[in-house]
Design a protein around this ligand. Structure first.
Ligand SMILES: NC(=O)c1ccc[n+]([C@@H]2O[C@H](COP(=O)([O-])OP(=O)(O)OC[C@H]3O[C@@H](n4cnc5c(N)ncnc54)[C@H](OP(=O)(O)O)[C@@H]3O)[C@@H](O)[C@H]2O)c1
Length: 240
């Protein structure tokens, strides 16, 4: 399969949480800066052309659970994928199988990183939703009938958008699905020396019923480095 190289890059608390109050502490903020610099800073360690995010992560950070403005009477869109921008420097690749996200724009800004939005849909997304994306100039690919076809997704990201290196960027459900499918090459983890003990926040990897199971995966340590604010940066190769 012709696919991009995939690294999962995440920040966690000491107890493996990817969200929560610990992020607001000075230690959490310092680790957040370390996290950003490694993948998006002026001289980043990783040089990727896109980052992949789950639907919940996108709603939490960019679309804020807004309902998309759909025209149910729109005429049928042409079959297949829609490539609005084939040569962006950076893509925000949004896994949204049913077409639920209420985008307002075809680009987004994360800190000082600008990206073209690229939606990953399945056959569950409606004609009205695809019309909505076309009107906004948002690219989309259709990969699978009811469930995401991982290999087809990655092949299309490389072939249609030239993505050679892809960051797997959370949340826990998305991360685990790609790792279990054997489609993640490397894990990059920034651990902050803080925790908040919440039992409600998601962790780095999470199973989802009907999508993934709790079969163990092992990792081989490649790098360990102390960073600002007492954080540590770990890099692992994902054992196949
Ligand atoms: N600390 C960090 O570095 C970091 C980074 C990223 C995110 N986060 C946080 O993580 C939290 C969200 O994590 P989460 O695990 O709850 O959710 P998530 O992984 O962001 O999103 C899960 C949803 O994405 C879709 N999805 C993901 N993988 C899929 C697959 N293989 N096939 C089909 N659909 C798939 C499904 O959408 P549908 O429900 O629409 O079917 C699924 O319910 C957010 O609060 C976010 O801020 C933290």
């Amino acid at each position: 399969m012709e696919r991009p190289y995939i690294f999962c890059h995440m920040m966690t608390s000491l107890d493996g949480k990817i969200m929560g109050n610990y992020m607001e502490t000075p230690e959490g903020e310092a680790a957040g800066d370390v996290f950003y610099r490694i993948a998006f800073g002026k001289e980043p360690y990783y040089k990727h052309q896109g980052w992949l995010s789950g639907r919940v992560t996108t709603d939490d950070n960019f679309t804020f659970y807004e309902t998309p403005d759909l025209d149910e009477n729109a005429g049928p869109v042409p079959e297949g994928d829609f490539v609005a921008q084939p040569d962006a420097d950076m893509y925000y690749v949004s896994v949204d199988p049913s077409g639920r996200l209420g985008w307002k724009n075809c680009t987004l800004t994360y800190e000082d990183t600008h990206a073209h939005v690229l939606e990953v849909l399945t056959g569950k997304a409606s004609n009205a939703y695809k019309t909505f994306l076309r009107k906004l100039g948002i690219s989309y690919i259709i990969v699978g009938k009811d469930a995401l076809d991982y290999e087809l997704t990655l092949e299309k990201l490389k072939k249609l958008f030239g993505i050679e290196t892809l960051m797997l960027g959370g949340g826990g459900v998305l991360n685990w699905s790609f790792i279990q499918a054997g489609l993640c090459d490397e894990l990059s983890l920034v651990i902050t020396p803080s925790a908040d003990g919440s039992s409600k926040t998601p962790t780095l990897f999470m199973t989802k019923e009907g999508l993934t199971i709790d079969r163990a995966v092992n990792f081989e340590l490649e790098h360990l480095e102390a960073k600002d604010g007492g954080s540590i940066w770990l890099r692992y190769r994902v054992k196949k």
